[in-house]
Ligand binder design. Structure first.
Ligand SMILES: Nc1nc2c(c(=O)[nH]1)N[C@H]1C(S)=C(S)[C@@H](COP(=O)(O)OP(=O)(O)OC[C@H]3O[C@@H](n4cnc5c(=O)[nH]c(N)nc54)[C@H](O)[C@@H]3O)O[C@H]1N2
Ligand SMILES: Nc1nc2c(c(=O)[nH]1)N[C@H]1C(S)=C(S)[C@@H](COP(=O)(O)OP(=O)(O)OC[C@H]3O[C@@H](n4cnc5c(=O)[nH]c(N)nc54)[C@H](O)[C@@H]3O)O[C@H]1N2
Ligand SMILES: [Mo]
Length: 768
């Protein structure tokens, strides 16, 4: 390590060097070998040792008193108890629920990012523990790109594999003329990658593209969704209108004979169907540039000109994951694939399409050279699951029916909910509805580092050690580096590593041998490191012994595929390398999806207007609210750290408002404003800027929810956009979250602004 007295710590946002004094982490800076270390590190000390830490096990007062409905979850006070009492309570609840309802009465879908580290991964630990006890209802998919996960296998192939195979940025720098970015490519989002990122390469790779003369078009409501160095042309299309814009481009290619019939014939199926739709065969309405101009707010001539430019050279079409987190988010994905197929450059270096550039630090920049070792989660004997974003629906309508992937399914009856490593009261939409939904289970258990809104909705809260408080190693899912994570400080209060908590619980329930296999954390770490070392050796890399690794610096491994071009093999030989779709080709029309006969997705890409717009809510709530990822933290993590706090406005989350929209409402820079719609309301701090499209406001995700239950609609005082978003999904095919499609109104808030209390612990009471 370059600097003595500083110790390594690894996070989803990169490797940090921590300074420790008197048993506390007092500073964390980026690793000197990281070309673009993340400022998020600066949040660690304040959050790690902050007021909000869960320091002792705690039980909700009314639940402990045996009158669980006396005060609603999320509004109750807590009683701190010792570990034995908390674990006895959980052991007896688990036994009771299993006996009365069976293991399908336990929901432990427990979505969330938790912390980096191969061994102390919150969800893996919880799942392993519950699997030794007969299993649990899980969740499927994610909040990030669920719609792509559910759609892409039907039309091109497995999405996760395809993201890993994304064409590399240096290839784009060399071969591409034009990158057309739907949803931009926000550099702020490339600070993070799940499991970690040792070197932030994105900014450098993009700068290299700009220097090589690659042109960029940023189609997005936010100008800064394109890095400044790109000098991108900004087309601020109306949010939710990407499909229409792509259709206008496709129609232009078609009528000006700029498309590639040979590619379409050889590599795709169903072009005739979408062609018929584009020219308006059935509805008499050509989806031409003029039609698209009305829906997108982008001039028809600009659309035609862009289509010609796309056809005149090597063009990469990029779709940000945020674009599919919208109403009918399947459609822009399918239409992007259709548009790229019409250009005929799929599989060529620097051409075609990519969904997901910018969704993390590593996509298109690096990949892991082999699979890292990990702790086995075991086998879950319960088959039942829910699509991840149906949590509120499941809790509110047990036994209710829903449609998913063409299948009629039934919600399980979740009596006990256990969350570890996620914050649904940050990540789910329509939080007032989720608050109601969380009243329905008999028992809610939450393992947390901090008193998040989710912890406040628990009956039993277990204080867990943060990643600086336990020994582990970091290795990003798509990174090529291994990072020692020695324990830096003792856990705050009575917090414990989750492995040790489950080991004690398993001992109470008679499954200790199955859970621990007689091993300590240290034994497991050595074993998992051993597996990682063996796999390294098989690929010709030598790794040190565990103890010297733990005392050393980051280990970089070779990049397995620096010249990678997405779908190059398919292009080279579409018979030998047929796609895993029903036809073996790119399906611009899918018989399978058409056969499901669903109301909200058809056999090819279709234009569906966003729901609020279609239902005429634009008059009452005229502003589109975007709620993208925050530059200053990871989701809700470390919101109480110094860097995140330093960017708040009037103590609240900043909301970006266009100068014209602010003027029309008498809103001044830095003022407290109120955002509202039929679902909820929140306060935020006004940042007036022409970076954001007129008619749109942008409120970052992750400000800890701070409801004032005495105020109208339990007004959130801090600025969490999910009090305003709907929790409908993209479609009944994929059931993906659609948070970006939200209409709101904004007004001045002239009353004395109430203090924000979200970063304080809840009220405690002594045990009676
Ligand atoms: N409106 C809107 N909503 C969104 C999005 C959006 O764009 N707009 N984006 C969505 C997306 S893409 C995502 S991925 C989700 C993210 O949603 P989450 O992943 O749920 O968000 P995080 O804030 O990362 O929550 C992780 C929680 O785990 C806790 N934690 C950290 N380490 C540990 C540990 O070792 N053990 C335990 N038990 N807990 C730990 C942290 O304190 C934190 O509370 O949000 C989604 N929500
Ligand atoms: N610093 C930081 N980085 C992060 C995260 C974080 O919490 N903090 N979270 C990580 C996670 S889990 C994920 S999944 C990724 C998410 O990565 P993305 O999904 O790419 O990120 P978002 O910020 O949701 O959306 C990107 C942009 O899409 C634009 N957009 C929204 N709706 C529309 C639309 O209808 N049309 C068009 N054309 N544009 C639209 C918005 O302007 C937004 O800035 O980010 C990751 N990176
Ligand atoms: Mo995500």
């Amino acid at each position: 390590m370059s600097e003595r007295n500083k110790k390594l710590t690894a996070s989803h946002w990169g490797v940090g060097l921590a300074t420790i004094k008197d048993g506390k982490v007092i500073a964390v800076e980026g690793h000197p070998a990281d070309p673009m270390a993340s400022e998020i590190n600066a949040n660690i000390p304040g959050s790690l040792h902050g007021r909000a830490r869960v320091r002792r096990p705690a039980v909700r007062k009314s639940w402990l008193a045996g009158t669980p409905g006396a005060v609603p979850r999320g509004q109750d006070s807590f009683i701190e108890v010792d570990w034995d009492r908390a674990l006895d309570l959980i052991a007896s609840e688990l036994s009771r629920v299993r006996k009365t309802h069976g293991n399908t009465g336990i929901f432990a879908g427990s979505y969330g990012w938790s912390s980096a580290g191969r061994f102390h991964h919150a969800q893996s630990q919880l799942k392993r523990f519950l699997n030794t006890l007969g299993g649990f209802v899980r969740s499927e998919g994610n909040y990030s790109y669920n719609t792509a996960l559910g759609l892409m296998p039907h039309i091109v192939g497995p999405f996760r594999a395809h993201v890993a195979q994304a064409t590399r940025w240096p290839v784009i720098a060399k071969h591409t003329d034009l990158v057309v970015m739907f949803g931009g490519m926000a550099l702020r989002n490339t600070q993070v990658s799940d499991g970690g990122v040792a070197r932030h390469r994105m900014a450098g790779n993009l700068e290299a593209c700009a220097s090589a003369g690659v042109s960029f078009v940023n189609i997005s409501p936010l100008r800064s969704d394109a890095a400044e160095a790109l000098n991108a042309e900004w087309l601020p299309a109306r949010p939710g209108s990407d499909t229409a814009l792509m259709m206008g481009l496709a129609h232009t290619l078609l009528v000006e004979d700029l498309h590639d019939p040979a590619f379409l014939a050889r590599y795709t199926t169903g072009f005739d169907k979408i062609r018929g739709y584009l020219v308006g065969e059935a509805d008499g309405r050509p989806k031409d540039a003029d039609w698209a101009a009305c829906l997108t707010g982008v001039e028809a001539e600009t659309i035609r000109d862009l289509a010609r430019r796309m056809a005149s050279g090597r063009t990469m079409i990029s779709v940000a994951a945020g674009v599919q987190r919208t109403d009918f988010g399947e459609q822009p994905l399918w239409m992007a694939v259709t548009l790229a197929a019409m250009l005929g450059q799929i599989g060529l270096p620097g051409g075609g399409y990519t969904v997901g550039y910018g969704v993390n630090a590593n996509i298109g920049n690096i990949e892991r050279p082999f699979r890292w070792g990990t702790i086995a989660q075991g086998v879950n004997p319960v088959r039942d699951f829910i699509p991840v974003a149906m949590i509120a629906d499941m809790l509110l309508t047990p036994g209710g029916s829903y449609s998913y992937q063409g299948e009629a399914r039934t919600f399980p009856d979740a009596r006990l909910v256990w969350w570890a490593g996620g914050n649904p009261f940050h990540h789910h939409q329509d939080l007032n509805r989720l608050h109601r939904a969380f009243q329905t289970p008999e028992t809610v258990i939450v393992n947390e580092v901090n008193w998040t809104a989710t912890a406040r909705h628990a009956d039993i809260v277990l204080p867990v050690a943060a990643s600086q408080e336990r020994t582990d190693f970091g290795a990003g899912k798509s990174d090529n580096a291994l990072v020692p994570m020695p324990q830096l400080v003792a856990p705050e209060g009575e917090a414990r590593a989750e492995y040790d908590i489950y080991a004690d619980l398993a001992a109470r329930l008679g499954t200790a041998d199955a859970f621990t296999e007689g091993k300590t954390s240290d034994d497991w770490l050595r074993e998992i490191w051993g597996v990682t070392r063996d796999r390294a050796r098989e690929t010709g890399n030598n790794l040190p012994e565990w103890d010297s690794f733990l005392a050393g610096d980051v280990i970089d491994l070779p990049d397995p595929s620096p010249e990678q071009v997405f779908l190059a093999e398919y292009r080279a030989d579409p018979e030998a390398n047929a796609l895993p779709t029903p036809s073996g080709r790119i399906e611009l029309f899918s018989e399978v999806i058409a056969g499901f006969d669903l109301p909200d997705i058809k056999g090819h890409a279709i234009w569906f207007p966003p729901r609020d717009q279609a239902e005429g809510r634009g008059a009452e709530y005229p502003l589109a609210m975007l709620s993208g990822q925050p530059r200053t933290r990871l989701h809700s993590q470390l919101d109480n750290g110094a860097f995140s706090l330093s960017r708040k406005v009037a103590g609240r989350e900043p909301v970006l408002i266009h100068p014209e929209d602010a003027r029309a409402r008498g809103i001044e820079e830095g003022a407290v404003v109120e955002l509202f719609n039929a679902r909820g309301r929140c306060l935020a701090g006004a940042r007036i800027t022409d970076e954001v499209r007129q008619g749109c406001v942008f409120l970052w995700t992750g400000a800890w929810w701070d409801p004032d239950f005495a105020a109208p609609q339990a007004r959130d005082r801090h600025g969490n956009p999910n009090v305003l978003t709907h929790d409908l999904r993209t479609s009944s095919l994929t059931q993906g979250p659609a948070a970006h499609s939200t209409l709101v109104e904004v007004q001045r808030f002239d009353a004395p602004p109430p203090p924000v209390e979200a970063h304080d612990p809840p009220p405690f009471e002594p045990d009676a």
